[in-house]
Design a protein around this ligand. Structure first.
Ligand code: FES
Length: 231
């Protein structure tokens, strides 16, 4: 099990979702949580010249130190309310380096990052934080699926995570076009499952449970199928 978990945030909604997942995991495993954010003071003249506007994939690069401190303080309060021991780290520089450095210094056994920046053109803008963390980390990495889809975009024979009233739903469209909705919570310890389009399965990143597209168990440690729900 995990004793020390590191999570990265830039204060965006999707990063907060990753922090929520990390908090949930820390609570379930009794781990302590280290929250990392990077700041890179940029002179206002450069902001104007380059027309950098937040929010964007580069907002974390222009957060002044004080903003990062305030954001980390707020995150720590929320995590503390869940009964999890938390520490915060504001580091100057590139976000992926900040996360990797803290993970190494603190001997983390898991890093949690959101999947923002892994899809679409934004990944080529500054390089993807989750991708870099995944490539260079010396411990396990959990990519929290913080970007969800809309159910109408899910093609026949495909699945995706849809957000309904703040809850994550694993939605699979069968070959007849019917949408099958299940809770995205793994029935082992509650991590969020992800769609594996190669094998057409739902896979849990935490301890390897796997479910059929329609939710039945393929591999444990989970013993119960995904819970059916509605959209
Ligand atoms: Fe343990 Fe999913 S939470 S396998």
């Amino acid at each position: 099990m995990f004793a020390r978990i590191v999570v990265g945030t830039d204060g965006s909604d999707t990063a907060r979702e990753a922090v929520r997942e990390a908090t949930q995991l820390a609570k379930q495993t009794g781990a302590t949580l280290d929250v990392v954010s990077a700041y890179e003071p940029v002179p206002p003249s450069r902001l104007r010249e380059e027309r950098i506007e937040a929010p964007s994939d580069i907002e974390h690069m222009v957060n002044p130190h004080e903003d990062v401190d305030a954001m980390l303080k707020q995150a720590a309060e929320e995590i503390g309310k869940a009964g999890v021991t938390v520490r915060t780290f504001a580091r100057q520089g590139e976000p992926a380096d900040a996360i990797l450095d803290v993970a190494e210094e603190e001997n983390a056994d898991l890093i949690v990052v959101g999947n923002k920046g892994m899809t679409g053109a934004s990944r080529f803008l500054l390089g993807s934080v989750p991708q870099k963390v995944l490539e260079h980390a010396r411990c396990d990495v959990l990519i929290a699926r913080t970007i969800t889809q809309v159910s109408t975009e899910i093609e026949k024979g495909e699945g995706g995570i849809v957000s309904v009233d703040g809850q994550k739903v694993a939605a699979y469209r069968n070959d007849d076009g019917e949408l099958i909705a299940m809770s995205a919570k793994c029935t082992h310890l509650g991590c969020t499952v992800g769609w594996n389009s190669a094998d057409k399965t739902w896979d849990c990143p935490c301890h390897g449970s796997r479910y059929r597209a329609t939710g039945e168990i393929l591999n444990g440690p989970a013993t119960k199928p995904l819970t059916k729900t509605s959209l």
